[in-house]
Design a binder for this molecule. Structure first.
Ligand SMILES: [Zn+2]
Length: 112
């Protein structure tokens, strides 16, 4: 279980790095957007800024959701309930937790 907790912490650090990277990229894009005129937005050679923007926003949303799930798992690891399926109450196999450390349900329940 300690192994899994350190996995959660590692995953959390990765997510924070990802959020940092996305924030920096969004900042650069914002600056670039200010510099470009509306015509440049349709530059055929480059990906439109709006497309880059929505891709980054998607990454940010996904990372934020992951972070919530990891924090929730860490809190359960500390206060109890971690690794127990919230639906059927059976232990979630370690193999599953190794792949998805923030899983709240066993495979059976998750697929229902
Ligand atoms: Zn279950």
């Amino acid at each position: 279980m300690t192994d899994l907790t350190s996995r959660l912490h590692r995953r959390r650090a990765e997510i924070l790095t990802e959020i940092d990277e996305v924030e920096i990229a969004l900042g650069e894009l914002r600056a670039e957007r200010r510099e470009r005129s509306d015509d440049d937005e349709h530059d055929p050679d480059g990906t439109p800024l709006s497309a880059q923007w929505s891709r980054l926003e998607g990454r940010r949303r996904a990372a934020a959701a992951d972070l919530v799930a990891i924090d929730d798992a860490l809190s359960r690891a500390e206060h109890g309930g971690y690794g127990i399926c919230e639906r059927c109450g059976r232990p979630i196999p370690v193999e599953r937790l190794e792949v998805r450390p923030a899983a709240r349900r066993c495979v059976d329940c998750a697929s229902r």
